[in-house]
Design a protein around this ligand. Structure first.
Ligand code: F6P
Length: 544
C-alpha cells in the first residue's frame, strides 16, 4: 500500500526562502556576542533539555528574526508532514521506493509501525529477542565454539553503516577491561584484519559478518580471510558455530557458511542500522540491558522529535542552525569536537550520516539543487583537535561553525573539569575573539615594550563571531548515547527536507565501486584496465 508523501508547494517554499535570504543578508554582519547582550532571554530560549541532553544553540548566528525566518522555512517545507510520513512508513526514500523506519527498531515492545502499509513491529521484536538471547547465551558461556571453548573474542566485519555505528557504540560504552574482547575490521587492507586477529585463538573467537547487501567487496574479502583463519584451526563441521551473519540478504549469509543469521529489512538504511542486529557484537560485549538502554534513549528522542512543536524541537533547531550557516552565511563546512574519549569516532560516524545522506546535487524531482545541500563535516575529539586544526578555526579566513559535545563525567571518580573547561573555553574564544587593541593592551600589561606589542598585536588578535552549538550530558550512558545519535539522525533528515533532497539513497558511491571492480579484474588478469583515461592507466602500470 502506498502512503502519499507530503505535497510540494513550490510557491510557499520560494516565499519562505526569499524571506530567509532577506533576513540572512541583512544580518550577515551581526555579532553573536551582541545578540547575547541584546536579546533578553536568548540563552533560555535556545537552551533545550531533551532525553538527558542539554543543547545550547544561543551561540548560533541567527538573531531572533533569523530564527523566525528559519522556522517559517521549516513550516513551508512541511517538516511536520515529512516527519509524520517517515514514522508512518511512507516511501520517503523515493528513488528506491522504500520506507525509512529506523525508529521502529528502537520502539518499545508493543509498537505498531508499518512499512508501506505492512506491519513490521512484531518481526522487529522477534529478531531483537532472538539476538539478545543469543548474545546472552554467549556471555553466559552456554553457547560455545566448535571445540567446546567459551567465546572470548568477537571480530566484527563490516564497513560504512555496518561498521561506524557499532564501532562508536563499543568505544563509547565498553568497560575498561571487558570480559569479551570486541574487535572491528572494515578496511580491505589486509593489515587491519591481521591486526585484529593478532593474539586471538580461533577456538574462542566468534566472527560476525555484517552487511546489509552481503555483496560489499571489502566485507566479503575480509569475511573470506576470517573464515580461512578459522578453518585452518577448527574441525570443518564446527566452523559454522564461529560464523554469524547479519544481513538484509540472509540467504547470501547462509550460503557463505554462517551458522546463525540475523536479518533486517530493506527499510533500514545502512547508516541508520545500528539499532538492529547490526550491533550484535556490541550486544555480546555489553549485554542486552545496555542495548535496550541505547534503544530507549533513541526512542525518547524519537518521541520528542515527533511530538514537540518545531520551534522547540531539538533536531529541528539543530538543522535550522546548519541551514542558516550553509545558506545564509555560506559556511560550507562544520566541525564536531566530542569532548570525551569514548566519542572519538563520532566525527567519522557523522561524516557518513550527514555526507552520505545530504551530499547530493539534485532535488527530489531530479532537477539540479540550487541550494547548497550538506556541508563537509570533520572533527577530532577534544582536546586533541585543539592542538591540530583549531588554529584555523580561530584565525583562518574561512569561518567553520563548530559543535562541542561535552560529557561532564567521563570516568567514575575522576575530575572531569580539565576536559570540559577546555570545551567551554574554546566556544567562548571562538565567539568573543580578541581585538587588536585588546591584544596589544594585554601584552603591554604583561610588561612587553610598545613596539613589540604593536608588531605582534595583529598576530595575536582573533576575529571571533564564530558560531557554535554545545551539547552537554552528565555521563555517557546507553541512554544518552542513544538520544545523541537519534538527535543527529533526525537533524540530518530535517535538513534533507528543507533542501528538498532524498537523504536516504547514496547513488554517489556506486560509480567508484564499478570502476574499482574493473581495475581489480584487470590487475588479476594481467591486462590493461578498460579505462581510457591516461592518468589511471599510467598509475596502474606502476602498481600492477
Ligand atoms: O559506502 C556505501 C554503502 O553502501 C553504505 O551506504 C553502507 O553503509 C556500506 O556501503 C556498507 O554496505 P553493506 O552493509 O551492504 O555491506
Amino acid at each position: 500500500m502506498s502512503i502519499a508523501l507530503p505535497a510540494h508547494d513550490p510557491k510557499r517554499r520560494a516565499e519562505a526562502w526569499a524571506r530567509f535570504d532577506a533576513v540572512a543578508d541583512r544580518d550577515r554582519d551581526v555579532r553573536i556576542p551582541e545578540l547575547l547582550d541584546r536579546e533578553t532571554g536568548r540563552v533560555e530560549r535556545l537552551t533545550l533539555a531533551v532525553s538527558g541532553l542539554t543543547l545550547d544553540l544561543s551561540r548560533q548566528a541567527f538573531a531572533a528574526e533569523g530564527l523566525e525566518a528559519c522556522l517559517g522555512l521549516a513550516e513551508a517545507c512541511d517538516v511536520g508532514d515529512w516527519k509524520r510520513a517517515l514514522f508512518n512508513g511512507a516511501a520517503v526514500n523515493a528513488t528506491e521506493g522504500r520506507a525509512v523506519l529506523h525508529p521502529a527498531l528502537r520502539a518499545p515492545d508493543g509498537a505498531h509501525f508499518e512499512a508501506l502499509g505492512e506491519p513490521v513491529s512484531r518481526e522487529v521484536e522477534q529478531v531483537r529477542d532472538q539476538m539478545v538471547a543469543y548474545a546472552e547465551a554467549i556471555r553466559a558461556g552456554d553457547e560455545v565454539g566448535a571445540t567446546g571453548d567459551r567465546f572470548r573474542a568477537v571480530v566484527h566485519i563490516g564497513i560504512g553503516g555496518s561498521d561506524l555505528g557499532p564501532r562508536l557504540v563499543w568505544d563509547a560504552l565498553r568497560p575498561l577491561d571487558p570480559a569479551l574482547d570486541v574487535r572491528f575490521v572494515a578496511n580491505i587492507d589486509p593489515r587491519e584484519m591481521a591486526e585484529a586477529l593478532t593474539g586471538l585463538d580461533p577456538a574462542s573467537t566468534l566472527v560476525i559478518i555484517v552487511s546489509k547487501t552481503f555483496t560489499t567487496q571489502e566485507t566479503l574479502a575480509n569475511a573470506v580471510l576470517a573464515r580461512d583463519w578459522l578453518a585452518a584451526a577448527l574441525p570443518e563441521d564446527g566452523l559454522r558455530r564461529h560464523l554469524v551473519g547479519v544481513s538484509a540478504a540472509p540467504d547470501r549469509a547462509e550460503q557463505f557458511g554462517c551458522g546463525r543469521v540475523f536479518g533486517f529489512s530493506d527499510w533500514v538504511g545502512g547508516r541508520y542500522s545500528l539499532w538492529s542486529a547490526v550491533s550484535l557484537s556490541c550486544v555480546i560485549g555489553l549485554g542486552g540491558e545496555a542495548f535496550r538502554g541505547l534503544l530507549a534513549g533513541a526512542s525518547a528522542m524519537d518521541r520528542h522529535f515527533l511530538e514537540t512543536p518545531l520551534a522547540y524541537n531539538a533536531p529541528v533547531l539543530m538543522a535550522l542552525a546548519q541551514v542558516y550557516n550553509v545558506e545564509g552565511l555560506k559556511r560550507r563546512a562544520r566541525t564536531v569536537a566530542p569532548y570525551a574519549h569514548g566519542l572519538r569516532r563520532l566525527p567519522a560516524f557523522l561524516q557518513q550520516l550527514e555526507m552520505e545522506s545530504n551530499g547530493k546535487g539534485v532535488t527530489r524531482d531530479g532537477s539540479a539543487a540550487t541550494r547548497g545541500t550538506g556541508p563537509v563535516v570533520f572533527g577530532e575529539p577534544g582536546t586533541n583537535g585543539q592542538h591540530a586544526f583549531f588554529q584555523q578555526l580561530h584565525q583562518g579566513p574561512e569561518v567553520v561553525p563548530a559543535e562541542f559535545v561535552v560529557v561532564k563525567q567521563t570516568l567514575e571518580g575522576r575530575d572531569g573539569a580539565p576536559l570540559w573547561s577546555n570545551a567551554l573555553a574554546q566556544a567562548e574564544a571562538l565567539m568573543q575573539g580578541r581585538s587588536i587593541e585588546a591584544a596589544r593592551a594585554d601584552m603591554i600589561d604583561q610588561g612587553m615594550d610598545r613596539d613589540t606589542a604593536e608588531r605582534l598585536a595583529p598576530h595575536r588578535a582573533f576575529p571571533g563571531n564564530r558560531p557554535s552549538t554545545t551539547i552537554l550530558m552528565e555521563r555517557l550512558t546507553p541512554e544518552t548515547l542513544g538520544a545523541l545519535l537519534a538527535l543527529y539522525e533526525h537533524k540530518t533528515f530535517v535538513e534533507g527536507v528543507i533542501w528538498d533532497i532524498n537523504s536516504f539513497d547514496q547513488w554517489g558511491v556506486e560509480l567508484g565501486k564499478v570502476l574499482a571492480k574493473r581495475v581489480l579484474a584487470a590487475a588479476h588478469e594481467g591486462r590493461a584496465p578498460e579505462i581510457r583515461d591516461p592518468s589511471t592507466r599510467s598509475l596502474f602500470g606502476r602498481l600492477v
